[in-house]
Design a protein around this ligand. Structure first.
Ligand SMILES: Nc1nc2c(c(=O)[nH]1)N=C([C@H](O)[C@H](O)COP(=O)(O)OP(=O)(O)OP(=O)(O)O)CN2
Ligand SMILES: [Zn+2]
Length: 148
């Protein structure tokens, strides 16, 4: 699944960077309505992160590819997503580890890192593929401005 072409996101910035990464993790969706997915099972999550901005840093990077990988892969690889209590909550449907909420969480984590960099680019899209037939796109600025 790596090296696939992802849906593009409209933005006004001069530079756009994309980073593919993956991690293996278990999860369950803690709702009877999730059917078989309410039982613990695992995926290899394929993620594409899109970052955009007008300024590069002193290294000529929009963002450091290696740092982006570390933020996500090192945190979630070979873990049970439901156990990351700082991000997910089995009692709150807006914090269940669904593909949608995993994508939003990844975007928030990446943006928190970018906010600390000198050139302050923005994460404009996160793609998360959970299975060969299921993926989600999260676009934090959809329908609005890129100002934060
Ligand atoms: N909108 C969402 N729907 C489902 C999610 C989700 O996160 N968001 N998650 C699941 C399950 O966790 C499951 O891992 C994925 O389900 P599904 O795509 O149905 O997997 P299959 O391999 O059974 O699908 P095929 O159509 O047979 O390829 C369920 N729904
Ligand atoms: Zn699943």
């Amino acid at each position: 699944m790596m090296q696939q072409i992802y849906p593009s996101v409209a933005h006004p910035f001069r530079y756009e960077l994309n980073k593919d990464l993956q991690f293996a993790a278990a999860h369950y969706v803690p709702s009877e309505r999730a059917g078989k997915c309410s039982r613990v099972h695992g995926h290899t999550y394929f993620v594409n992160v899109t970052i955009a901005g007008n300024q590069l840093d002193e290294t000529g990077f929009l963002a450091d590819f290696s740092a982006l990988k570390k933020i996500i892969h090192d945190r979630f690889d070979h873990s049970l997503l439901n156990e990351h209590a700082e991000f997910f909550d089995n009692e709150d449907a807006d914090r269940f580890p669904t593909t949608e909420i995993v994508a939003r969480t990844i975007c928030d984590l990446i943006q928190a890192y970018l906010d600390q960099t000198e050139n302050k680019p923005v994460c404009v899209q996160v793609f998360v593929r959970e299975t060969p037939t299921s993926y989600v796109l999260y676009r934090p600025f959809a329908g609005g401005s890129h100002e934060r």
